[in-house]
Write a protein of this length. Structure first.
Length: 455
């Protein structure tokens, strides 16, 4: 989740001049000359992006496995969903943006919807599919701008920060650094044990490598902790390469009928809102870094969002939580990636990962915990965007962020934010400042709390 400096074209950069290249399939598909790039640059950018986000193939099965999903099948679904979404982004939208199951969304899926609310993982996949359909509809009818512009900035940034806090408590728990306590609810774990010690080592190593701009720092941190787990943690090695595991345990297992029940409507709403803001913010941010915005707008934003929504639905069929655009794509942009060829390269590398399932299966939860914790730290920087001088903006944002880890539910945090925002503006005589969308969402959550207290 590193944030590279804005890319600047080297002074001695040369453009491809070979007429054969201009007529080549790659040139026609990706318009390389128009974007002042070449095949070699795009391929290297794709490898760079992949290295910074490949940790998801280890982390996602670990998180969804906690929801009772078969980890081997989730591993395959993760690789395939990432490959499909990224390939569509590259070939259809022609942007150097990679996609994979989203961090935060997978935690909400596993720890809130399945473990917290008691829904089956099949029903949760159904909710993912429905949210993807909604995302596709608002993209096709071009009403995305109305929805996004109708949500206050404070709530938008607080959702990201709150998910970061939620990931932090999950990471600390998986590492054994914190544990439950009947007296204080949560307390410090036994730091004399191997898992927390190795997790702490992995975390500091990851942060240090990322600060030194070592490509793939998060992935290297996971692999380092895993290697140490073999040496001192009693972990067992099962090999590296094998044929891909069967995806049958999760393929087409989504339960749409249960997801359409009234008790899971708020789940669909949270999936939809987070997907919408996460995708839009990431797409705009990466495109801006790449210099692909024109007058502050993305020419092919709707195509990019359609790729996103299609990937969400495909992932639900395969057996994974929501797929979204990855901010790690900025690392590939920093390396010179400007077209969809970068994304296609990432997609092919995810497909190649299907053959390293034994390695993925030996990664313990405390080895992925450092990656989760570092990602959560980076997500908290969004809080600087809040107007701290206005209590009617600050309080809803803080309630949103704190509500997620303290209730162990992203949905509850979002609900606290929308309800408090509408209430405080109303009580301070500023009801007209509240967008219609906020009133609608707040009303939905109030209905949910009043009529569905158990969910």
């Amino acid at each position: 989740m590193s944030t590279p400096e804005p890319y600047s074209e080297p002074k001695d950069a040369t453009l491809p001049t070979d007429p054969a290249l201009r007529r080549s399939l790659l040139e026609r598909l990706f318009r390389l000359r128009e974007h002042q790039t070449d095949v070699r640059t795009e391929l290297l950018a794709g490898v760079t992006t992949f290295l910074t986000m490949a940790y998801i193939i280890f982390v996602n099965p670990s998180i969804l496995g906690d929801a009772g999903m078969p980890k081997d099948a989730v591993f395959v679904a993760t690789c395939l969903a990432a490959a499909i979404g990224t390939m569509i982004m590259g070939l259809y939208a022609n942007y150097p943006i990679a996609m994979a199951p989203g961090m935060g969304l997978n935690a909400y899926f596993a720890y809130t919807v399945v473990k917290g609310m008691g829904f089956s993982w099949e029903a949760a996949l159904g909710a993912v599919f429905i949210s993807g359909c909604l995302f596709l509809l608002v993209t096709l009818f071009r009403i995305r701008e109305w929805i996004v512009n109708g949500i206050p900035q404070a709530i938008r940034v607080a959702i990201t920060a709150g998910i970061g806090l939620f990931l932090a408590i999950i990471a600390l728990k998986n590492a054994g650094i914190i544990t439950s306590s009947p007296a204080t609810m949560v307390t410090l774990g036994d730091l004399h044990q191997v898992p927390p010690v190795l997790a702490i080592i992995g975390f500091f190593a990851t942060v240090a490598m990322d600060r030194m701009k070592i490509k793939g720092a998060i992935l290297i941190g996971i692999l380092l902790t895993t290697v140490l787990s073999f040496l001192v943690g009693g972990n067992t090695f099962h090999g590296i390469v094998s044929a891909p595991p069967s995806i049958d345990p999760t393929l087409f297992k989504l339960d749409i009928s249960t997801a359409l029940s009234i008790g899971i409507l708020n789940v669909v709403l949270v999936f939809f809102l987070v997907e919408l803001f996460d995708a839009t913010g990431t797409l705009m941010g990466v495109a801006s870094r790449a210099g692909l915005l024109k007058a502050g707008r993305m020419d092919r934003l709707n195509k990019a969002l359609m790729a996103d929504s299609t990937a969400i639905m495909a992932g639900s069929f395969l057996g994974t939580s929501s797929t979204t655009a990855y901010i790690e794509s900025a690392s590939g942009v920093q390396a010179g990636g400007r077209t969809g060829l970068t994304a296609v390269t990432v997609a092919l590398l995810f497909l190649a990962c299907l053959f390293i399932a034994p390695l993925a299966g030996t990664v313990p939860a405390y080895a992925t915990a450092p990656a989760l914790l570092y990602v959560s730290c980076l997500m908290l920087r969004e809080l600087v965007e809040i107007d701290w001088s206005d209590a009617t903006e600050v309080v809803p944002a803080v309630l949103t962020a704190l509500g997620m880890p303290f209730t162990y539910s992203i949905a509850n945090g979002v609900a606290f934010g929308f309800i408090s925002y509408a209430a405080l503006k109303l009580l301070t005589g500023r009801a007209r400042d509240v967008p219609v969308m906020v009133w609608i969402i707040a009303a939905v959550f109030i209905f949910k709390f009043y009529y569905l207290p158990g969910h």
